[in-house]
Design a binder for this molecule. Structure first.
Ligand SMILES: Cc1cc2nc3c(=O)[nH]c(=O)nc-3n(C[C@H](O)[C@H](O)[C@H](O)COP(=O)(O)OP(=O)(O)OC[C@H]3O[C@@H](n4cnc5c(N)ncnc54)[C@H](O)[C@@H]3O)c2cc1C
Length: 450
């Protein structure tokens, strides 16, 4: 272990990754130890893509926002290096990059996520924005009656199943609105639908599926054959098309230990077991839930530990997971939360945390909601709207929509669209009426005649 003296030299922090955990860690370090650390962000991608919103894209209800990593890093006093982490030499405090550079660090946070692998050949694997066009085509085929039996299938090893429930519910709402009643089936190996959130959310999800006309079948998808989905027990489900989610596979980075199924073992402060000064957060770690909110909480634990190492006045708190998820349903979103002390979980259509974003990160949620972290209030848990004191949040949405309408009336479509982005962050998805207005305002901005 290297010994830190109480020098005023900044503590060199290297964050490898450009996703949820990496951004949350950079925001946390900036908030906790800006004058103590010098941060480098090492990632192969130019932009962070807010994948959690991708499920709403094929329905025209929201867009997956992107954040340019260079500008994001610069705004938080960090340096962005466009390259990838190739190997770690923890003994000398160095990493090798894909382009053959060597970078030194005092603390390293590995937040490189996991690979999204195809889990079910023959099915449409929904990974995020790149699969939006294919899903939009499938929706068109459903609406045209070309696909009559659609199965949403979860094979074993899919670690985050919620997006498939969202696709199923939103598809049911969309086809019903188009006057179609395709046969929609959801096949899951979970003990109960979204049982990871606890009994109460699972019961509500089961009811929502039933009311939407989605049949739930217990089982693990095994193979797609012409006209059917075969389950691991050999049973078959009729299917004209099958939609699934990726199976995530941990990265193989020399110098980084791997534990069960190849994921990285970390302790309560997200320090990598067996390595000095190396931390890991997010989908690559061995936590059984692979989700953005969990990735962000791990990043916070690691950032606090690093800030303390850098000499900041911070008492690091260990990672104590709280599972927060928003289910898009085609109607009101359903907020779900489960803590270690409330195994039954809770759920409501009202926000259970604020800012009410889909990826619940202490700092990232505020940043995504406001587009800046100036005066940002870190994420906090709340009860139902109106029951937690300030009651300002619904008004904020209404105000944003009213401001959008007002700007559009004055012909300022650019500003109107910005207000819609604010409303979208507050409400998760725009009301259908405003999704249509957005298209019209975009056309107006582009000079397309009405
Ligand atoms: C369709 C879909 C919907 C989802 N919806 C939700 C949701 O609603 N809420 C939620 O909380 N979670 C959701 N998730 C899960 C969530 O997206 C992930 O759990 C989360 O992004 C994990 O964060 P991460 O930082 O570990 O990895 P990622 O966000 O995947 O980021 C990994 C980053 O590391 C970079 N990288 C890769 N290799 C290297 C390398 N060698 N060196 C440096 N950088 C590297 C990548 O380019 C990327 O920038 C969803 C996932 C999917 C697929």
């Amino acid at each position: 272990m290297r010994i830190y003296e109480s020098s005023r030299e900044p503590h060199e922090v290297l964050i490898a990754g450009g996703g949820v955990a990496a951004l949350e860690a950079l925001l946390a370090l900036h908030a906790l130890a800006a004058d103590r650390v010098r941060v480098t962000l090492l990632a192969p991608n130019d932009d962070y893509v807010h994948r959690a919103m991708a499920v709403a894209e094929p329905f025209g209800l929201a867009r997956a926002r992107t954040i340019g990593l260079h500008d994001f890093a610069t705004a938080h006093d960090a340096v962005y290096v466009r390259d990838r982490l190739a190997a770690i030499d923890a003994a000398s405090g160095e990493v090798a990059t894909g382009r053959g550079r060597r970078l030194t660090y005092d603390s390293l946070l590995v937040a490189v996520g996991a690979r999204a692998a195809e889990a079910l050949p023959g099915a449409l694997t929904f990974r995020g924005p790149p699969d939006t066009p294919a899903y939009a085509r499938l929706l068109a085929d459903l609406e045209a009656g070309k696909v009559e039996r659609l199965v949403f299938a979860i094979p074993r090893g899919v670690a985050w199943t919620l997006p498939l429930y969202e696709l199923a519910l939103m598809t049911a709402a969309r086809t019903a609105a188009a006057g179609r009643r395709p046969q929609l089936t959801l096949v899951t190996p979970e003990r109960a639908p979204l049982g990871v959130f606890g009994r109460r959310p699972s019961d509500i999800v089961t009811t929502l599926l039933r009311e939407a006309g989605v049949t739930v079948r217990s089982g693990a998808a095994d193979a797609v054959r012409p006209g059917e989905l075969v389950l691991s027990g050999g049973e078959s489900v009729p299917a004209d098309a099958v939609v699934t989610l990726p199976r995530i596979e941990p990265p193989e980075i020399p110098g980084l230990p791997r534990a069960a199924r190849g994921f990285v073992p970390v302790d309560g402060h997200c320090a990598v077991e067996g390595l000095d000064d190396v931390y890991a957060a997010g989908d690559l770690t061995w936590h059984h839930v692979k989700q953005g909110g969990i990735a962000a909480q791990q990043a916070d634990a690691a950032a606090q530990a690093i800030a303390a190492r850098a000499g900041a006045d911070v008492v690091p708190r260990p990672f104590r997971p709280v599972l927060r998820g928003v289910l898009l349903t085609g109607g009101a979103p359903q907020y779900m939360r489960r803590t270690r002390t409330d195994a039954s979980g809770e759920t409501t259509p009202d926000a259970l945390w604020w800012p009410a974003g889909k990826v619940a990160g202490r700092y990232l949620s505020s940043y995504l909601a406001a587009g800046t972290d100036e005066d940002a209030i870190p994420l906090r848990d709340v009860g139902a709207w109106g029951s937690h004191g300030d009651g300002g949040e619904p008004a904020a949405i209404t105000l944003a929509l009213e401001a959008a309408d007002a700007d559009a009336r004055w012909g300022d479509h650019s500003s109107a669209l910005r207000w819609l982005e604010v409303a979208e962050q507050l409400a998760i998805v725009l009301p259908q009426e405003y999704a249509a207005k957005r298209d019209a305002w975009r056309d107006a901005l582009a000079g397309v005649p009405a």
